[in-house]
Structures are given as structure tokens and as C-alpha cells.
Design a protein around this ligand. Sequence first.
Ligand code: PLP
Length: 387
Amino acid sequence: MRRVYLDHAATTPLDPQVFEAMVPYWKEHFGNASSVHALGRKARFAVEESRERMAALLGAEPSEIIFTSGGTESDNAALKGMLAGSRTHLITSAAEHEAIVNPAEQMHAAGRPVTLLTPEPTGAVAPEQVEAAMTAETGLVSLMHANNEVGTLTPLSAIAEVCRAHSVPLHTDAVQTAGLFALKVDELGVDLLSLSAHKFYGPKGIGALYVRSGLDFTPLVEGGAQERRRRGGTENVAAIVGMVTALEQAVNEAEARTGHLQYLKQRLVTSLRAALEDSFVFNTPIETDARVAPHIVNISFPPQEGEPLDGEMLLLNLDMEGVLASAGSACTSGALEPSHVLLALGRDRATAAAAVRFSLGKVNTEDDVVFAVEKLTRIVRRMRGGI
Ligand code: PLP
């Protein structure tokens, strides 16, 4: 059966060249990077060389890169590591990934000051909202670069200006954009940045956190002296090498990859409109001023004559017919709750619960898009009692 994978915002397949680059570090170069002998030195060299390559890609210093276990850890480390001092107020948004929203809610429950901004209907937070939320206690602003469910980009450089004026560090979760755009921390204006390798054709379970030098950062994971005492634990050498290889490849191909994705996305938008007419709504902003990532198209089916569409059943039907998509964040799939992002964007519960997120990748073709829209149209008609 033909299968079309349209869930690249959840994860991407490991690139074969990336896999090849990792293999020697599972086999002959298996040393612990903290060991002083030859095998340890080989591993240490690979880790530090990878750190230099990653820093160069981000326009950072090698000492500003901390290797972590992925996006979730990087986000947690940014929040907890920056708010452990005297300025404990966090400003973030209700449409952030769970890796930000959940620790923020825990901080709030523990009695710490947290402002969860309500994004505009596009999903973006405006600089004015950040300005209005600033207090003398604000220790961090954390806003994602691209939303993982709807794709909206945050106007980071305008927000960075607000943060600079208040001397407040700005963290961004760039998990969805690292590898799509050639990100430079100074151009974005951020002081901390999270990324995760499995979103750009690298391995799972490895990520990085950029922390601008001079910031007072408390480690989340304490242990040995690894990562300049900012993240204890034996380095995952093979994964680190794989992540940097994948990021380098992505940055080199960024223009071609985004051009291809933009073309497919436009094709998908046009086909959805033609096939489904006004029976659906776009959750991803289309034809608005909002800037949007090139790989995500999120749509919902509002109730018709009071009848909601079962979103989970829709995804299962798509899966059975060979179209692999998701309802939003993979972390919430399996739960019946509608997406917190779509609710934060003002969708009613029934519409939010009947959502499909298509996320495109570098190997998708125009034919894949046509196939997915055909299947979706047939399934929706069937579920709505047509033929
Ligand atoms: N942040 C965003 C925006 C994401 O899309 C994801 C993954 O779904 C994460 C964080 C979590 O990253 P990881 O899977 O590496 O923990």
C-alpha cells in the first residue's frame, strides 16, 4: 500500500549520510569523552569539533553551546536555568510547546510569577504584549520561533528589542525552524535557543541549547564536569556528530529545501480549497500578514449543522488509507483533549478537536500532496454521511 508521510513536524527520517557519520562512534571510537586515554581523546575531539561546527552555524562561540537530550530538555533547562536567581518572573505564551507550557504552569503552581500571554488569532505574540507584561522581576521571555502546530513565526527581532530595553534575556524554542532557516543568534536577537536533531533529519534524543556568554545560568542536570558543568552526563558522541552533520547539511541546502516546501505548501493549500471548499478552515494563517514556516498546514473541520467531526477517527482513517499526519503536537496524540494551541488561538473545542496538521518534508512530492488531499476529501465525505 502506498504510504505518504506528512508528519515532519513530529519527526523526520534519519538521513543516510548522517547515519554513516555516526556509525564509527558506535563501533571503533566508543570511548568516553572524559577518559584521558586515546579512545577518550578521540571522542573528546569529536565532541569539541562538533561544538565548533554547530557554533559556526549559529554564529555563536563554541563555549555557548550545551549539548542536551533534545528539545524538551533544552526548553526546561532554559526556563529553570534562567529563573533560579533573584528575577523569577517568566513571560511566555499559551501557544508554546508543552516543553515550555508545562514547566511554566508548574512554576505558577509553586507560587512563582508567570505571565502566559494569549497570542493573536494567527498564533503570534506581538512585541507590545511583551512590553506590557514586563516587570522589575522579569528574568526571562521565552517565545518559540515557529509554532509546531500551526507554523506561525514569532517576530523575534522586534521582541528582542523590547527585551534588550529591559535587560531581560530572550529564549526561543527554534525546534521547528533549525534546519529550515539558516539561524544566526545575533540576527534573531536571542540570548538562548533550543534545537532538536530529529526535526532536521538527525537522530532522536539529542539537542542543543545556546546560552549567550555572560548569562547567569544554573544547570538543570547536575553531575560530572561535562559541558563546562552546565549539563552533567556522559556525552552521546555519535548523536552529537549526527546532529551537527544533519544541521550542516540542512543549512547548506536551506534555500532549496524551503523553496521546495513553499511550493508544496502552496499546492496543498490550493488543492484543499478546491476539494473541500468551505467545509474546513485553516488554522495556519494563510494570506495574512503573519509570517509562517514553510512546512506546516493545519486545518480544522468545524461542526456542520451542529454535528462535530471526530478528529481522532479522521486521523485513523487517514492512516488506514496511507496518509500519515497528526492532530498537532505528537506528545498530545493519544489523548482526546483538543490542542491547547488551537484553543489558545480562539478555536472552539469541537473545531479544535477536528484538526489535521500536515507537515511537509524534503522528500515529499507534488504527487504526495494530491494523494493526501484526495484521500482526505473522500474520508471527510464518508464521515459526514455522504458517499
Ligand atoms: N519544541 C517544539 C516546538 C517541538 O515541536 C518539539 C517536538 O515536538 C519539542 C520542543 C520537543 O523536542 P524533543 O522531541 O527533542 O524533546
